[in-house]
Design a protein around this ligand. Structure first.
Ligand code: XLS
Ligand code: NI
Ligand code: NI
Length: 440
């Protein structure tokens, strides 16, 4: 088989003192943290689209990347790309991957041709999965790039476009089951509106829910047992997207009775675009038992769009891992790098360096988060803040045993005495976190 990443071998753990840029400094796949290997905690997944399709073009310039698997014939290119992808997954040591239908195959000129292309390449992906042990974390249908989706897919005001979207989801679910996919994702890039003046919002949301219900029913009927995942994002490309943030998506799913089968796939840079932190959206999901998986990337503080950079921010990743560990781990989700190389990162090794950086960052974050939780100092400080609800009248309030009049009487019994001012200890807590990060 052709080797595409020629001068690069399997990336090994060499420790923090290594001078070799093509080695892990912190990610030691088999090292156990709290009885579980780092690989099992972190469940890294490579994104087919950014890694093997992202050609570096932007609104101001043409492609900058040269892919050795490119070919005049699109199906030959798709086959070579699949081989290159699995070579990469194996060399970087990621246990999972994710893809959109049209990342992997040419769309063709009809539904029938699309289905044929998809099932042919899926057969190759299955063979490579079996050869390498790499698994499918999730797949999805790209229902945003083709011009037919310019007014939306499941929320398109034209039924024939909605039906076409349905044909893609059906084929993608078939492929998912065939590949043993653990989740199935919906990211609604065009499910929203550009102006309310031409939009019936309620009707579009009803359609979206109906469409998702049909996908759920079809998936379950062919043996898909994993989670369906909604990936919230507030905007871009559409001005306003219906899955604005985690809280909005969860409310929508509950409203339409979809919350038993659907969870969220949370992306760092989407949460920040919605005006939240990454940890905020993760915590909203964890509290609702709706955190399915994570698109791990980071944005740029100066930019108002989805820059999809590889994560190197240990602090953000640490806050994310605190949420993940406290909810008992990622379960069947994973950490997918929905992150791309910069336009001017054009050396072949750059794709490796980017993933190494992201994996090392989350490995560091995992270790620190584990220590913080095990030591219990932070938790003790936070628990103390709420201790007035642990017994006495506070506990009666939590148990629903008090009335508003009771609250009045309890407050009145204090006479002129104001409640104590109790410090939130934010400075102490942040200093403590820095001690964990930099103190060892
Ligand atoms: C775009 C999204 C996309 C999804 C998959 O902003 O993050 O890449 O993850 O369609
Ligand atoms: Ni994104
Ligand atoms: Ni994403």
């Amino acid at each position: 088989m052709t080797e595409y990443f020629k001068r690069i071998g399997k990336i090994a753990y060499e420790g923090p003192k290594s001078d070799n840029p093509l080695s892990f400094k912190f990610y030691d796949a088999e090292k156990k943290i709290g009885g579980k290997t780092m690989a099992d905690h972190l469940r890294f997944a490579v994104a087919y689209w950014h890694s093997f399709c992202g050609n570096g073009s932007d609104p101001f310039g043409s492609p900058t990347q040269i892919f050795p698997w490119d070919d005049q014939d699109p199906m030959t290119a798709a086959k070579k790309k699949a081989d290159a992808a699995f070579e990469f997954f194996t060399k970087i040591g990621a246990g999972f991957y994710c893809f959109h239908d049209i990342d992997a195959v040419p769309e063709g000129n009809s539904v029938a041709e699309y289905e044929k292309n998809l099932s042919l390449i899926a057969g190759i992906l299955k063979e490579r999965q079996d050869d390498t042990g790499v698994k499918l974390l999730w797949n999805t249908a790209n229902m945003f790039s083709n011009p037919r989706y310019m007014n939306g897919a499941a929320t398109n005001p034209d039924f024939s476009v909605l039906a076409r979207a349905g044909s893609q989801v059906k084929a993608c679910l078939d492929v998912n089951v065939m590949l043993g996919g653990q989740n199935y994702v919906f990211w609604g890039g065009r499910e929203g509106y550009m102006t309310l003046l031409n939009t019936r919002m309620k009707r579009e949301l009803d359609h979206l829910a109906q469409f998702l219900t049909m996908a759920r029913d079809y998936g379950r009927s062919i043996g898909f047992t994993g989670s369906f995942l909604i990936e919230p994002k507030p905007m871009e490309p559409t001005k306003h997207q219906y899955d604005f943030d985690a809280a909005t998506a969860i409310g929508f799913l509950r409203n339409y009775g979809l919350d038993k089968d659907f969870k969220c796939n949370i992306e760092n840079n989407h949460a920040t675009l919605a005006g939240h932190s990454f940890a905020h959206d993760l915590q909203v999901c964890a509290d609702a038992d709706m955190l399915g998986s994570i698109d791990a990337n980071e944005g740029d503080a100066q930019n108002g769009w989805d820059t999809d950079e590889f994560p190197t921010n240990v602090y953000d990743s640490l806050e994310a891992m605190l949420v993940v560990l406290r909810m008992g781990g990622l379960k069947s989700g994973g950490l997918n790098f929905d992150a791309k190389l910069r336009r001017n990162s054009t050396d072949q090794e750059d794709l490796f360096l980017a993933h190494i950086g992201g994996m090392d960052t989350f490995a560091l974050a995992l270790g620190i988060a584990y220590d913080i939780i095990r030591d219990g100092k932070l938790d003790a400080m936070v628990s103390k803040r709420y201790s007035s609800f642990d017994n006495g009248k506070g506990a009666e309030f939590e148990d629903g045993k008090l009335t508003l009049t009771d609250l009045r009487n309890i407050a009145a019994a204090q006479g002129e005495r104001e409640p104590d001012r109790i410090s939130g200890k934010q400075e102490m807590i942040k200093n403590l976190i820095n001690q964990y990060i930099f103190g060892s």
